[in-house]
Design a protein around this ligand. Structure first.
Ligand SMILES: NC(=O)C1=CN([C@@H]2O[C@H](COP(=O)(O)OP(=O)(O)OC[C@H]3O[C@@H](n4cnc5c(N)ncnc54)[C@H](O)[C@@H]3O)[C@@H](O)[C@H]2O)C=CC1
Ligand SMILES: O=C(O)[C@H]1O[C@H](OP(=O)(O)OP(=O)(O)OC[C@H]2O[C@@H](n3ccc(=O)[nH]c3=O)[C@H](O)[C@@H]2O)[C@H](O)[C@@H](O)[C@@H]1O
Length: 445
């Protein structure tokens, strides 16, 4: 089939490459000329394992362009995968979706299906369908399908090739037939429903995962108070098949481009309809507080951060991606800088993106050792394998005071104890806590 994909971001680019891999001819369109030029040279503008190789491998069936008219004119299916960022009030900014819809309506010259892969509020597909039918330039039949995406960054290629399900929100058997032609080569299970239900499946899934994380973080905080261990608790809970082990990792909260915005968007949608989603509001509140949990812990050890040498390991919102959107590290770094700390950071792929926000206010280090050398304290915000595998004795050897605040529970407590560091993590016992009181008293700034 001839497929056009609007948007060459995390979703659009991965989708385009995977569709080409499965034998379709794909034109991937973006308004960002720099992205398109990089892709035309076989280079990926984002860090996503396996993506660049897949793009190069399929270059005969996969092209990149800014010429949307040429890409859409004769396409069988056009997939919209543009961004849907959040507004200040939590609602969804659909500007890019509407722009893509206008471009489609102006250019399509034969019957086609428009599949909306961007995450959009329930009802958007219906509105788009009405609008495109009214404003299309040529007298062609354009059907709109809701086709939400469930990939995770860092594993996006695999998640797409081996997705748990393909959700199709269709309003006609014809639209379903066309979409099945797109996805049949993937041999994955389908959920076929109406457009609004498909749009709701996306939000309900993301928000459920966010709830699960906030719940385990809430329990982790209680574990600290009652002297229980969240790792054991999560293991014991996860073995119940009704609960499952995934998304029970306690930490400093969820970040990324989707959970924060999608939780707020669903609450906004509900309140517009006069309904309050209390569970989701609570999950958002827990997450907001959780983000700065380590900062609060650190204060109890060292008072304030003025003049302190702080090391920050891990900047991206999760490992396996260079994406720093809503990364908990950013909120923490902002506090440290505001209170006058000198901050040295390390991340294997996220530093260029962080430079665009904090510029010269941070010291960017090539190695973990360089970041922690002579530091008064160290924060861990992303569980990169390099951090997990880092020799714990090095903290004691290189830092001025080996005070480590781990927001991702990277190390086991026994190893931390043996390495002689003061180690605070999430929902677990402190290691070396007794000595810590001394730190504030022997303050030598
Ligand atoms: N990032 C993720 O892991 C997932 C994202 N989603 C949803 O997918 C959508 C896209 O997200 P991302 O790929 O992360 O966004 P992104 O920001 O990485 O990419 C969006 C791309 O669309 C381009 N664009 C904007 N207007 C355009 C137009 N008129 N024509 C062509 N291209 C245009 C932008 O230049 C940008 O390259 C969002 O609705 C998001 O909520 C869904 C599942 C996973
Ligand atoms: O709509 C989206 O954009 C996507 O959002 C998430 O994917 P993603 O944001 O890439 O990453 P996740 O692995 O879900 O992690 C999100 C955040 O939750 C945190 N997390 C995750 C799992 C966990 O147990 N604990 C935890 O704190 C991660 O550190 C990260 O900050 C969903 O997992 C995808 O299914 C969905 O398609």
């Amino acid at each position: 089939m001839d497929i056009a994909v609007a948007g060459a971001g995390y979703v659009g680019l991965v989708t385009a490459a995977c569709l080409a891999e499965k034998g379709h001819r794909v034109a991937c369109v973006d308004v960002d000329i720099e992205k398109v030029m990089l892709l035309q040279r076989g280079m990926s503008p984002i860090y996503e394992p396996g993506l660049e190789e897949l793009v190069r491998k399929n270059r005969e069936r996969l092209r990149f362009t800014t010429d949307y008219a040429a890409a859409y004119r004769r396409a069988d299916v056009i997939i919209i995968a543009v961004g849907t960022p959040e507004e200040r009030d939590g609602s969804v900014n659909l500007r890019y979706v509407w722009e893509a819809a206008k471009q489609i309506a102006r250019t399509v010259e034969k019957d086609c299906v428009v599949a909306v892969k961007s995450t959009v509020p329930v009802g958007t597909g219906d509105e788009l369908a009405r609008w495109i039918a009214e404003y299309r330039k040529h007298p062609v039949h354009i059907e709109v399908v809701a086709n939400p995406e469930f990939l995770s960054q860092g594993t996006a290629v695999n998640d797409t090739l081996y997705a748990s399900r393909i959700v199709l929100g269709v309003e006609s058997p014809h639209a379903e037939k066309v979409m099945r032609e797109v996805y049949d080569p993937f041999a994955l299970p389908y959920v076929v429903t109406d457009r609004k239900s498909a749009e709701m499946i996306k939000y309900a899934s993301n928000v459920f995962l966010a709830l699960k994380i906030s719940y385990i973080n809430d329990i982790a905080n209680l574990c600290e108070i009652v002297d229980a261990d969240i790792e054991a608790v999560a293991e014991g809970m996860g073995m119940d098949p009704r609960i499952g082990p995934r998304f029970l990792r306690a930490g400093i909260g969820y970040g990324g481009s989707c959970f924060p915005k999608d939780t707020k968007a669903l609450c906004h949608l509900a309140s517009r309809c006069g309904y309050e989603l209390k569970t989701v509001r609570a999950a958002i509140d827990v997450n907001e507080k959780q983000k700065l949990k380590l900062i609060e812990k650190a204060r109890t050890y060292i008072g304030d951060f003025h003049g302190r040498e702080a090391a920050v390991l891990g900047l991206t919102f999760k490992p396996g991606t260079d994406d720093i959107r809503e990364a908990p590290a950013l909120a923490n770094i902002a506090v440290l800088l505001e209170e006058g700390a000198n901050v040295k950071v390390w991340d294997p792929v996220g530093m260029d993106n962080v430079k665009r926000i904090f510029a010269e206010n941070l010291t960017y280090c090539a190695t973990i050792e360089e970041a922690i050398a002579n530091a008064d304290l160290c924060f861990i915000f992303t569980e990169w394998p390099e951090i997990r595998q880092f020799d714990l004795c090095q903290y004691a050897a290189l830092m001025k005071t080996p005070l480590v605040f781990d927001g991702r529970n990277c190390y086991d407590l026994e190893s931390a104890r043996k390495a002689g560091i003061l180690y605070e993590s999430i929902g677990r016992k402190q290691v070396g806590a007794a000595e810590s009181a001394v730190l504030v008293e022997t303050d030598e700034r």
